[in-house]
Design a protein around this ligand. Structure first.
Ligand SMILES: Cc1ncc(COP(=O)(O)O)c(C=O)c1O
Length: 382
């Protein structure tokens, strides 16, 4: 895959290596948003079917990306919302516990903590091993070992959101299935840039905010809920999720039934006339590029960085186990992080610093100049 910067409108003078913070708009996404805003200028342009049809298209595109039927997909406004829909439908027996990983993203950790408080269940946080080389494999093994018949649920991100480690989702999913444990995955930091397969990984719920690797707008996201959730109770009781809601003459029959199983988990006003067309344009582009090609592009792009780190004897895990679109790098304690930040700022290099790790998150709009600029600054400090 060639560089795809021409699909975006990023300023020439910045090195944007921060897709994990927020993706820039694709030109098609920007246009879809502008058209969406303009539509309501004349509300007659919005027909009754527009409350439902565009959502179906978006669900179907997302289903293709994660290997799921569009029937099991819901539109959500944020990862925390989608997580809450899932967690409140997880059955738990007395004495059971829940599992997450160390330094998990707050939306995941806090949702699970609330679940544990409500059910008087223990929250077990699986710490990483001390090693750097072999870290991903050993951490996945610790997670797998900790899951047993008393584990009600595992909630974790598909890759570690700060370090980019690719957990062994397949093995974790298999252990969950074997122990009757619900497996809830936050895919916000990988879905769209790294292949995802809910069937192969035996995931029960997959929650994704859209403004990072799905290249969509803020305040919108997508969730997959497996058939286990088909009789679940949603957070909201919106008219739009009910049977016959598309027939506006029947609204005050107040049907108890949902339009379909997964419809129950859609957020109220899910047919957002600005955000949905943006999300659709973004998903179409990602599907045409393919996440595996995005991953290969980023991996090749970062080769000079990996060579540089090797030269500097900076320890890191096996390259194949760290995602290429979100590359975490521990900074030695001797480095003055404030000075490093100042230099990044001076050179217009945008990335995230989380605790003592740098989060370098490229995409197909980045080129070798961006990586060279990054290495030049790092060389001054390492
Ligand atoms: C792993 C992960 N999940 C979720 C989110 C966003 O959560 P929410 O949509 O609840 O704001 C982020 C944002 O950085 C994230 O890194």
């Amino acid at each position: 895959m060639e560089n795809q910067k021409h699909f975006f409108n990023l300023p020439e003078n910045i090195h944007y290596l921060n897709g994990a913070y927020m993706s820039p708009n694709l030109l098609t996404v920007e246009q879809a948003g502008i058209q969406g805003v303009k539509r309501k200028t004349n509300p007659t342009s919005i027909k009754e079917q527009d409350f439902f049809q565009p959502a179906e298209e978006v669900k179907s595109l997302f289903g293709k990306l994660i290997n799921a039927s569009s029937k099991q997909i819901a539109l959500i406004p944020s990862a925390s919302y989608g997580l809450m829909n899932a967690i409140r439908n997880v059955p738990v027996n007395k004495g059971q516990h829940a599992i997450t990983v160390n330094e998990e993203f707050p939306s995941d950790h806090l949702t699970l903590r609330k679940f544990c408080e409500e059910h008087e269940a223990e929250l077990r946080v699986i710490k990483p091993p001390r090693l750097i080389l072999g870290r991903t494999q050993a951490w996945s093994e610790k997670i797998i070992e900790s899951i047993n018949a008393d584990t009600a649920v595992v909630v974790m991100s598909s890759i570690h959101w700060m370090e980019g480690l690719k957990f062994d989702l397949k093995a974790i999913g298999e252990k969950c299935r074997a122990t009757n444990t619900y497996f809830i995955v936050d895919g916000t930091q990988s879905v769209g840039a790294l292949p995802m397969d809910v069937e192969a990984f035996k995931i029960d719920a997959l929650i994704c905010a859209s403004y990072k690797w799905l290249l969509g707008p803020y305040s919108s996201g997508l969730a997959y809920y497996s058939e286990k959730f088909n009789n679940g109770e949603p957070i909201e009781f919106s008219w739009m999720t009910r049977k016959d809601s598309h027939d506006f003459s029947k609204l005050t029959t107040y049907p108890e039934k949902f339009a379909s199983d997964e419809m129950r988990f859609n957020v109220g006003e899910f047919s957002n006339f600005i955000a949905l067309p943006m999300l659709k344009a973004a998903l179409e582009q990602i599907i045409s590029w393919k996440p595996e090609n995005i991953q290969t592009y980023c991996f090749e792009l970062l080769k000079p960085l990996r060579d540089f780190l090797q030269e500097k004897e900076i320890e890191k895990d096996d390259d194949k186990l760290v995602s290429a679109h979100l590359y975490g790098l521990f900074v030695p304690a001797s480095v003055d992080l404030n000075k490093l930040k100042e230099d990044f700022h001076a050179q217009n290099i945008h990335l995230s610093i989380r605790k003592n790790s740098l989060r370098i998150s490229p995409h197909v709009y980045n080129d070798t100049k961006d990586v060279a600029a990054l290495i030049e600054v790092l060389d001054k400090h390492l």
